[in-house]
Design a protein. Structure first.
Length: 201
């Protein structure tokens, strides 16, 4: 059972999950993939969207990278760059342009296209790494803060997560029960209402 705190997967409308981190290399993309797998195991249709679209962020080889530039320019629909991997639909890939370098009006167009596309899915998971500073996808659904058990990273993550209601943290790359228990005590001591979601290796 991968989750300590269960997520409510049975929902009549599309559930959005924004996965964020306070620093790089905390396992956001891996967590996005594992979360997506929990949906597909329940016969739910899921889409992972890379918020760094156009840059090499999400670890999948896009079959449609040559079309990303056309999508970012608004000349092709977002659905043109969907890659399917083991029942999981993914929008990611490398291009000569990237979503974060676009002017705000073009970014909003991509966001609107994603909202329209989301009606075909039970869940949309947005991989939103720490390098993204603009709040394009903020307040779209559940914000899950991904962190390692490193105390410095965990403390920074708790500060950021405490702004959410309720704060939700995903513990990634937990090596053993000792590290897990230490992290749990640290989290509950500082933010008692924090919901802890954990993947075991």
């Amino acid at each position: 059972m991968p989750f300590i705190q269960p997520l409510h997967l049975d929902t009549p409308k599309t559930a959005f999950f924004l996965l964020k981190g306070v620093t790089s290399h905390v396992g956001i993309s891996e967590t996005a993939h594992r979360l997506a797998e929990t949906f597909t195991k329940r016969d739910k249709k899921v889409l992972i969207f890379d918020a760094l679209l156009g840059l090499e962020n999400y670890p999948t080889k896009s079959q449609n990278s040559d079309k990303i530039q056309s999508v970012l320019k608004g000349l092709s629909p977002l659905s043109d760059i969907i890659t399917t991997d083991k029942k999981i639909d993914i929008i990611a890939g490398t291009s000569t342009q990237n979503l974060n370098a676009l002017p705000p009006i073009a970014q909003q167009k991509i966001k609107s296209d994603l909202m329209l596309l989301s009606h075909n899915y039970d869940a949309v998971i947005i991989d939103c790494p720490a390098t993204i500073v603009q709040p394009l996808f903020t307040n779209m659904g559940h914000t899950l803060w991904v962190t390692t058990a490193d105390l410095d990273t965990l403390l920074k993550t708790l500060r950021a997560a405490s702004q959410e209601t309720p704060p939700q943290i995903v513990l990634s790359n937990i090596k053993n029960d000792t590290e897990r228990n230490k992290a749990h005590l640290f989290i509950k001591d500082l933010v008692p209402k924090c919901q802890i979601i954990e993947f075991f290796e």
